[in-house]
Design a protein around this ligand. Sequence first.
Ligand code: 5GP
Ligand code: ZN
Length: 117
Amino acid sequence: MCIFCKIVNKEIPNNTVHENEDFLAFHDLYPKAPVHVLIIPKKHIENFHSTDPETMAKMTPFIQEVAEKVGVDKTGYRLVTNNGADGGQEVFHLHFHLLGGGKLRWDHSHEDPHKSL
Ligand code: 5GP
Ligand code: ZN
């Protein structure tokens, strides 16, 4: 069972922000911004590329609620999903990073932008 499924099953503790029947939002253990929340479907889906439109449609209002709950809906936030190896995905259970609470830098480009791929 993957680490996020264990969090859903409460085998691993988490700091929950918001929850409903289908989704869970909790604080990232190693925050990369003053606000760093992970938003996941409770059912195991490997990543964005293998998800379905229905899940994404249901997830949209849930993510908006999370942003409101942590108080970044008016100040702004970044929503990121890392997909696969080149995207930097480390946990293979679909999750969106909601980052905010301060002005964010934009430096997530290729490791060496001057080197051709
Ligand atoms: P990825 O690199 O797959 O997009 O992001 C995985 C994220 O999960 C990382 O930001 C990492 O800090 C976070 N993370 C990994 N293990 C745990 C955990 O056990 N609990 C929580 N709350 N976050 C975790
Ligand atoms: Zn899982």
